[in-house]
Write a protein that binds this ligand. Structure first.
Ligand SMILES: *Cc1c(COP(=O)(O)O)cnc(C)c1O
Length: 395
């Protein structure tokens, strides 16, 4: 049948829907034709599910060794979905150095809905056990933590959770499913900011929740669909594509990070290096030390000088990209924490976080080396600056 121009503009030919392409096509459709009224078609409305998100969610579940994966519009949306499984009157135990966005979410939003949170130093299993109350429903763990790379014994917390009939959620963003498998150590819920290593190209914001228990999966799905926080089609497609290179990206980043870590540890301008592989507990529960390193300058007043002099590194928020990212927690990820609290926690001006990418490791080290030298040789540096400004004045 041939249609008018108006109708033809609306109708798509069936052609192009089912080629055997290497990559899944983008299903940019908010709604789907329903052949049987009230029937159970795979998809009806894209908020409730769509082929691009489904493929990604299956991949995420397999990667973590879980049964059900859910993709969200951000890591924070994923964490929100997990807290939304709770109700007013429930209590949650958090690490005292939890990711800043998670802290803001719990303190400023979920508290308003009557959910109570206690933060404890989760390197101390006894402190976690003592924080359990009759209304505790969830223990939330982030290991290694950020930015001081404190390590929590996942199996140890899992035992406390089981003894008290409490669920255990682990934010596994820093290690990726390739570096650490929380389910193997007794976690019930695994969370990722997929913005970081999973996507890996600093190109999108996404989050993931993976669970095994069908009841939990039902709850998380209700929230994903019911609050409309699922990941959009294009980002789901891009993340699926980017995941194909996760293993080569992560492994190479870790290899580079190990080299950079060795370099930083012997440099006189560096006072302390924080790397998870230095923790016995981390080594026991993870495959490697990951690709993110913390370090503290010997002269904490030289943070800006250091930043002024790096040339290869991207100085920014975030981590897990193909490019090496240098972050300054005190003014970036942890700026929202009052300065006194920050100082008590060791998040001072001289503390940096380095997410090591895929550049040539020797070149990364050379860049760090020359930038670190400038923090020692302040006087020479100042003289050079004066000279430069004189040149400009003379023009
Ligand atoms: C970035 C991050 C989050 C938040 O994820 P978004 O994708 O930025 O919403 C949560 N946890 C950790 C450990 C993170 O690094």
């Amino acid at each position: 049948m041939s249609y008018s121009q108006e109708t033809s503009l609306i109708l798509d030919s069936p052609r192009g829907k089912d080629y055997t392409s290497a990559n899944q096509p983008l299903y940019y459709s908010s709604t789907y034709h329903q052949e049987v009224l009230g029937g159970a078609a795979d998809y009806d409305y894209a908020r409730s599910g769509n082929p691009n998100r489904s493929l990604l969610e299956e991949k995420l579940a397999n990667l973590e060794g879980g049964n059900h994966g859910f993709a969200f519009s951000s890591g924070i949306a994923a964490i929100t979905a997990v807290f939304m499984t709770l109700k007013a009157g429930d209590h949650v135990i958090l690490p005292d150095d939890v990711y800043g966005g998670t802290y803001r979410l719990t303190e400023r939003i979920f508290r308003r809905f009557g959910i109570d949170f206690t933060t404890v130093d989760q390197t101390d299993l006894g402190a976690i056990a003592r924080a359990v109350q009759p209304n505790t429903q969830l223990i939330y763990v982030e290991t290694p933590s950020n930015p001081l790379f404190k390590v929590t014994d996942i199996s140890g917390v899992s035992q406390i959770a089981k003894d008290n009939d409490v669920l255990l959620a682990v934010d596994n963003t820093f290690m990726t499913p390739l570096g650490q498998s929380p389910f193997k150590h007794g976690a019930d819920i695994v969370i990722h900011s997929a913005t970081k290593f999973l996507s890996g190209h600093s190109d999108l914001i996404a989050g993931a929740v993976i669970v095994n228990c069908p009841k939990l999966a039902e709850d998380i799905y209700l929230i994903q669909n019911g609050t409309g926080s699922g990941l959009g089609v294009y980002d789901a497609w891009t993340l699926t594509k980017n995941l194909k290179t996760l293993a080569v990206r992560f492994n190479q980043s870790v290899t580079n990070a190990e080299k950079v870590c060795r370099f930083l540890k012997q440099h006189p301008a560096v006072a302390t290096v924080y790397y998870p592989a230095d923790s016995d507990i981390h080594v026991k529960q993870a495959v490697n030390g990951g690709a993110v390193i913390g370090f503290r300058l010997a002269d904490e007043t030289q943070a800006q000088t250091f930043v002024d002099n790096v040339t290869l590194l991207l100085v920014s928020v975030s981590l897990g990209g193909v490019e090496t990212i240098l972050s300054h927690p005190a003014t970036m990820s942890h700026a929202a924490i009052p300065e006194l609290v920050r100082r008590q926690r060791g998040i001072t001006q001289g503390l940096f976080r380095l997410s090591v990418g895929l550049e040539n490791a020797e070149e990364l080290i050379l860049d760090l080396q020359q930038a670190l030298e400038t923090t020692i040789n302040r006087q020479r540096n100042n003289k050079k600056k004066q000279y430069v400004s004189q040149c400009y004045t003379n023009q």
